[in-house]
Design a protein around this ligand. Structure first.
Ligand code: ADP
Ligand code: MG
Ligand code: ZN
Length: 624
C-alpha cells in the first residue's frame, strides 16, 4: 500500500513538472501575443524626424515608456470625429537623453505623460503571468479530466506529454471466465496462468518457470480481448493493455519508449497482466520484402529485449492477441517469449449455444425461445456476432412493443446479421418480383430434391438492405465438421438452381445470380485445388489459404499452366452442376409454378409450408 503511494507521488511530481513547463510556454506565447497586439500600429521614426514633427505641431501626445517614446500624431481638425484615436497614426522612436524634451513637447502644445510603472511589479507579474498560468491550469485540468474519464484510464488529469497516455489500465476488469463461453480449451490453458498469478511461490518452489507470455490466436470477434480481461479478472490483478498500433508512430523511437514505459509500469505494479492487442502491428516479421520500417523494428526490438529482461517470478504475464499469427516474427515466438499459443477459434454448436446463453442472461426470454435452434442456424458465427444477434432481437422486441423476446425475434435477428434489414419500401415491378420468386423457389427445390442437402428453413422475396432481393434460408439438422464430395456437388447445384429456374421458366438470364455464382465457383475451385477432389489432380495441393483467420485469399502454389488447367476443371464441375440443376427443375415444373405462385402471394413462406406444397405435388403425381 505505502509503496504504491510513493509511486503515485513520484509520477505526480513528474506530471506536475511537465505541466509547469507547458504552462510557462503557453503563458509566454500569450504575453508575446498580447504585447504584439498593442504595438501593432506604431512605425519607427528617427529622433530627428520626431523633433521635426514637434516643430510642425503635428504631435498630439507623447508617451514616455520604459525603452522608447510613443508618439501619437495630431489629427487635422476636420477629421476630428469620434473615433479619432484609432485614426491617428502612431510612431515610436528610441529614448534619447534629451533634457529639453519636456519643454519641446509643451512648446508644441502636445500632451506628455510618463508610462505609469504598473503600481508594483507584483501586480504586473500577476496580470501577465500568474493569471494566464492559473487559467491554463484550470482549463487544461478540466479538459484532461473529462478526456481521461472517457477513456476509462486511471491516469490523473495531468498525465499527458508522457508516453503513458495511451496505456489503458484497469484495476479490476470485472470480467471472469464465466463471461467467456464456448472456449473451454482456451480457458483451460489460461487457468494455469491465473493460478500462477495467485500463488507464484507454488511454482517457484519446485523450480518451475511459467511462460512469460501467451499468444491468443483466432479470427476476429471470438473473444480474445475478452479472455485476456477474464484472466486478469480471475487472478484479481491489474490489467495493462495497449493495442499494437498504439506503438507504431510517425516518429522513430516513440513506440520503443512506450514499450519501455509499459513494462516499467507493469513491473511496479506486479503481479499484473500486460495485454498487447493486435500484436501483429508491431510483431510483423522483420525480413519481409516490402522494405523495412525502422520505427516498427525498433519497437519490436525493444519489446523483445523487455521480454527477456524481466524476471518472470515477479508475476508479470504478457498476453498478446492476433488474428494473423503467420506474419509474426519468429523471434517473438521462441521459448521465453510468446511461447504458448492459445487458439481461440470460432465456437462450435455447443459453444454458440453457451455464448447465446451468456448474452441472454440479462434479457427477458419468452418460453418459446429455443437457443439450440438459433445456434444451429448460425454456424460460422463468432461470439461477437452472437452477442449482436441477441441484442438485435431485444431491440426488435421493443420495437414491436413486446414484454419479452420471442423466438421469431431471434430468428429475424439472425437474418438481419446475415442479410441486413428488411427493405419493405423498395418497389419492384411485378415482373421482377416474379423472377425473384422463381429464382428462390429454384434454390429451394434443388435443395429438397437432392439427398445430401440441408432442409429449407424459409423462403422470402422481401428485399434486404445488404443487396439480396430475396433468399432461401437453409438450416442444418446437426453441426457438421466434414463435407463429402457429393454434398459439395449438391451444394453447388443448389447455388446454381436459382439461375436455372430463370432459364427454365423465362428463357432468359438476369444479374440476380452473381452472388450464387461467386459461392459456387469458390466451392468448385476449393474442391480441385485444396480438397483433392478431382481425378485430374488427385491429391496435389495447388492452393493454400493465406490468412486462416481472416477469410484470406488463396495463394497459388502451382505453375501458371497448371492454374489454367484448374480453371478448366472448375468450369467442368460448374457446367455439370448447372446441367443437373436445369434438368431437376425441368422435371418438376408444376411444383415450381405452384410454389412460386404461393410465394408471390405470401412474400415469405416457411420451410414447413414449402414441404407441404411439395408433398401435395407428389400425391397428385401418384394419382395421374
Ligand atoms: P476479439 O478480441 O477476439 O476480436 P472480443 O474479445 O473483442 O473479440 O469480443 C467482442 C465481443 O464479443 C465481446 O465483448 C463479447 O461481448 C462477445 N464475445 C466474443 N466471444 C465471446 C465468448 N466466447 N463468450 C461470450 N461473449 C463473447
Ligand atoms: Mg480484440
Ligand atoms: Zn440465388
Amino acid at each position: 500500500m505505502s509503496s504504491e503511494n510513493k509511486n503515485s507521488n513520484q509520477s505526480d511530481m513528474k506530471t506536475l513538472i511537465s505541466f509547469m513547463i507547458m504552462a510557462v510556454i503557453f503563458t509566454s506565447i500569450f504575453n508575446i501575443f498580447v504585447s504584439s497586439m498593442t504595438m501593432r500600429k506604431a512605425t519607427e521614426i528617427t529622433y530627428t524626424q520626431f523633433l521635426t514633427m514637434l516643430e510642425k505641431k503635428q504631435v498630439d501626445m507623447v508617451e514616455i515608456q520604459a525603452d522608447r517614446l510613443l508618439i501619437t500624431e495630431k489629427v487635422p481638425d476636420e477629421a476630428n470625429v469620434t473615433g479619432y484615436y484609432n485614426m491617428a497614426k502612431q510612431y515610436y522612436t528610441g529614448l534619447v537623453n534629451d533634457p529639453e524634451l519636456t519643454n519641446r513637447i509643451i512648446k508644441a502644445g502636445a500632451t506628455q505623460y510618463r508610462e505609469v510603472q504598473n503600481n508594483s511589479p507584483i501586480v504586473s507579474f500577476l496580470a501577465s503571468w500568474a493569471l494566464p498560468f492559473l487559467l491554463i491550469y484550470v482549463v487544461s485540468g478540466l479538459i484532461l479530466r473529462s478526456v481521461s474519464k472517457k477513456m476509462g484510464g486511471v491516469g490523473g488529469p495531468m498525465s499527458f506529454g508522457k508516453n503513458t497516455a495511451k496505456i489503458y489500465a484497469q484495476k479490476e476488469t470485472g470480467v471472469t471466465f464465466a463471461d467467456v463461453a464456448g472456449q473451454e480449451e482456451a480457458k483451460e490453458s489460461l487457468r494455469e496462468i491465473v493460478d500462477f498469478l495467485h500463488q507464484p511461490q507454488k511454482y517457484t518452489e519446485i523450480g518451475a518457470k511459467l511462460p512469460k507470455g501467451a499468444l491468443l490466436v483466432g479470427p476476429p470477434g471470438t473473444g480474445k480481448t475478452l479472455l485476456a480481461k477474464a484472466v486478469a479478472g480471475e487472478a484479481n490483478v491489474p490489467f495493462y493493455s495497449l493495442s499494437g498500433s498504439d506503438f507504431v508512430e510517425m516518429f522513430v523511437g516513440v513506440g520503443a519508449s512506450r514499450v519501455r514505459d509499459l513494462f516499467k509500469q507493469a513491473l511496479e505494479n506486479a503481479p499484473c497482466i500486460v495485454f498487447i492487442d493486435e500484436i501483429d502491428a508491431i510483431g510483423k516479421s522483420r525480413d519481409n520484402q516490402m522494405g523495412s520500417n525502422d520505427e516498427r523494428e525498433q519497437t519490436l526490438n525493444q519489446l523483445l529485449s523487455e521480454m527477456d529482461g524481466f524476471d518472470a517470478s515477479k508475476g508479470v504475464v504478457i498476453l498478446g492477441a492476433t488474428n494473423r499469427p503467420e506474419v509474426l516474427d519468429k523471434a517473438l515466438l521462441r521459448p521465453g517469449r510468446f511461447d504458448r499459443r492459445v487458439i481461440v477459434d470460432k465456437p462450435d454448436l455447443k459453444g454458440r449455444e453457451d455464448i447465446l446463453k451468456v448474452h441472454s442472461k440479462e434479457v427477458k426470454l419468452n418460453h418459446d425461445v429455443d437457443l439450440h435452434q438459433i445456434a444451429l442456424g448460425t454456424s460460422g458465427a463468432a461470439g461477437a456476432d452472437l452477442a449482436n444477434i441477441v441484442n438485435e432481437a431485444a431491440l426488435r422486441a421493443v420495437r414491436f412493443g413486446k414484454k419479452k423476446v420471442e423466438q421469431c425475434d431471434l430468428m429475424e435477428a439472425v437474418e438481419i446479421i446475415i442479410a441486413g434489414q428488411e427493405k419493405k419500401d423498395r418497389i419492384m415491378t411485378e415482373s421482377e418480383r416474379k423472377i425473384v420468386a422463381y429464382h428462390e423457389v429454384g434454390h429451394a427445390l434443388a435443395t429438397a430434391l437432392q439427398k445430401n442437402t440441408q432442409p429449407v428453413q424459409k423462403i422470402t422475396i422481401v428485399p434486404r438492405t445488404m443487396g439480396a432481393l430475396g433468399y432461401t434460408m437453409q438450416m442444418p439438422e446437426e453441426e457438421k465438421y466434414l463435407m463429402n464430395k457429393e454434398e459439395i456437388l449438391d451444394q453447388i447445384t443448389t447455388y446454381l438452381a436459382g439461375r436455372a429456374a430463370e432459364e427454365v421458366i423465362f428463357h432468359m438470364v438476369t444479374t440476380g445470380a452473381s452472388n450464387d455464382i461467386e459461392k459456387a465457383t469458390e466451392l468448385a475451385r476449393n474442391m480441385v485445388a485444396q480438397y483433392g477432389m478431382s481425378e485430374r489432380f488427385d491429391m496435389v495441393g495447388l492452393e493454400s489459404v493465406q490468412n486462416k483467420y481472416l477469410d484470406g485469399r488463396n495463394v497459388r502454389q502451382c505453375a501458371e499452366t497448371t492454374s489454367a488447367e484448374i480453371d478448366e476443371e472448375v468450369l467442368r464441375i460448374i457446367k455439370e452442376c448447372h446441367k443437373k440443376a436445369i434438368s431437376l427443375l425441368e422435371n418438376n415444373q408444376p411444383a415450381l409454378h405452384k410454389i412460386a405462385t404461393f410465394l408471390l402471394e405470401k412474400e415469405t413462406i416457411t420451410g414447413q409450408e414449402f414441404m407441404e406444397l411439395l408433398k401435395q405435388r407428389e400425391e397428385n403425381f401418384e394419382k395421374y
